[in-house]
Write a protein that binds this ligand. Structure first.
Ligand SMILES: Nc1nc2c(ncn2[C@@H]2O[C@H](COP(=O)(O)OP(=O)(O)OP(=O)(O)O)[C@@H](O)[C@H]2O)c(=O)[nH]1
Ligand SMILES: [Mg+2]
Length: 461
């Protein structure tokens, strides 16, 4: 998508394809009111409509009634895109929607590309790029955590923090620039310790914000929780209990689950992706078991949390020991492991010491499952604190923050080299950091990046 020509009027359905009670068709651009008026009646209303006021209008195709609509007109700049806009709510029939589109296109509009309405809003300064990206996150948010991160971003939470950081860097840069311009030596010399202290604090702020990306990823895409353990320990039974449905086959035959089984659900406001795995035995036999094992290991290697299930009614086995050594090697750094002792409804088969640190549950009776869920949630609770309200969920913001941080580390290294701070070089580092921050807000963003951002939007947004 090349940057669109804002002189053109665009049209698209803003509601999803398919049948629904209502659908919304929206137009944006200088001719939207004229184009909509060409098929809405009475045209006396749509000729000079009162903005942001709902009108009951007939949509007609060559005099034939297509639908009765509720239509709202907007006048630039008081609209989502900042342009003249028309939003037509009609019945959600695919036929009605496609007819309205055809009529709008016949009247001179062009079908909008993905995210083109929001792109126009961005180009007209209605929102910055971080806010625009937040809108897409908001649309796709499934759980409370993802929604919270997205709505904060749309409301300017990320942008505000970035602007504050930028303010600090601009102040620092100006302190250098006045001295660089001071050919008569009238300025007091730079207070280097104070200057570096403020640069260091700004760098720490950037690092902290970049570090929230890991949390942001979990909030946006879901926490990956893998259920692993020896065959027959009750992994699939646990998956079913956690989902509240019989998703996986459970049987007393060891080796029931051969493939990984993924299921997405919501747990206390967080999107969670559970993966049940094939049991890890002592020595996989045959190609199918080996492939099952490979998949189990892969799932373990990409988890945020691993639930290691043991059968508490039996003595520790060679398979358990193998699972333990596999988990030690495969669990990614930073991931949490929770050891779960299942089958607490049966007489215990293990020493107390072996199960002391375990979360005791019974998939048969359901005992201990609530406590397990509470523990899983505790891991994610950080999102619900106020300070975590503006977490970074975008890889683009993450890498820009790291870039800005790298520049400030460069400045720090100049200072660490001793002697007088070379002000020209220090200023270059500050300019580099400022450019990285400006890219987050979309102030210096290349067309490629804009295309990339808006390509992921749905048509009509
Ligand atoms: N008594 C009792 N039996 C259980 C419990 N949880 C699971 N089982 C039984 O243990 C057996 C194995 O359960 P699964 O959930 O299939 O175990 P798994 O770990 O997925 O086994 P594989 O897929 O073969 O590795 C089944 O007969 C279950 O009914 C429990 O809490 N108590
Ligand atoms: Mg299983």
């Amino acid at each position: 998508m090349l940057l669109p020509d804002a002189a053109q009027t665009i049209v698209a359905p803003a509601s999803p394809a398919g049948r629904g009670a209502v659908a919304l068709v929206r137009l944006s651009g200088p001719d939207s009111i004229r184009i909509a008026s060409s098929f809405l009646s009475p045209s006396s209303v749509s000729g000079a409509p009162k903005p942001r006021f709902p009108y009951l209008l007939r949509a007609e195709d060559d005099g034939r009634l297509i639908d009765r609509t509720v239509t709202v007109f907007y006048r630039a700049p008081a609209s989502y895109t900042g342009e003249d806009m028309v939003e037509i709510s009609c019945h959600g029939s695919p036929y009605i929607v496609s007819t309205l589109l055809r009529l709008a296109i016949a009247g001179g509009a062009r079908q909008a590309g993905p995210g083109e309405f929001t792109l126009r809003a961005f180009l007209h300064g209605k929102l910055d790029l971080a806010q625009a990206e937040g809108i897409n996150d908001l649309i796709i948010s499934e759980g409370e955590a993802a929604h919270r991160a997205a709505i904060t971003q749309v409301e300017g939470g990320i942008s505000e923090r970035i602007r504050k950081m930028r303010g600090t860097l601009v102040d620092l840069l100006s302190e250098l620039e006045v001295r660089l311009d001071d050919s008569y030596g009238e300025m007091r010399p730079l207070d280097a310790p104070s200057f570096l202290g403020r640069a260091r604090a700004a760098a720490a702020g950037m690092k902290a914000m970049a570090d929230s990306f890991e949390k942001g990823r979990r909030a946006k895409h879901g926490v990956r929780i893998t259920i692993a353990g020896a065959p027959n320990s009750g992994k699939s039974s646990l998956l079913n209990r956690l989902l509240g449905s019989r998703r996986a086959i459970v049987s007393p035959i060891a080796g029931t689950t051969r493939d990984t089984i993924e299921a997405k659900t919501e747990l206390g406001g967080f999107s969670v992706i559970f993966t049940d795995t094939a049991g890890i035995g002592t020595a996989p036999k045959g190609t199918l078991e080996r492939e099952g094992m490979r998949r189990s290991l892969k799932a373990i290697g990409s988890s945020d949390i691993v639930l290691w299930v043991i059968d508490g009614s039996r003595k520790g086995s060679a398979a358990d020991r193998r699972v333990e050594s596999v988990l030690k090697r495969r669990i990614p750094p930073g991931a949490e492991m929770i050891k779960i002792c299942n089958k607490s409804d049966l007489p215990p088969g293990r020493d107390r010491e072996e199960t002391a640190a375990c979360q005791s549950i019974s998939c048969r009776t359901g005992s201990g499952l609530k406590a397990l869920k509470v523990r899983l949630l505790a891991e994610e609770k950080g999102f619900f604190t106020a300070e975590a309200s503006s977490i970074v969920t975008s890889a683009r913001h993450y890498s820009a923050l790291l870039e800005a941080h790298r520049e400030l580390s460069g400045l720090e290294r100049l200072a660490a080299a001793g002697g007088v701070l070379p002000m020209e070089l220090a200023a270059e580092h500050l300019k580099g950091a400022l450019a990285a921050l400006a890219a987050i807000l979309g102030e210096t963003t290349s067309q490629d990046i804009l295309n990339n951002v808006f390509r992921n939007f749905c048509v009509g947004k």
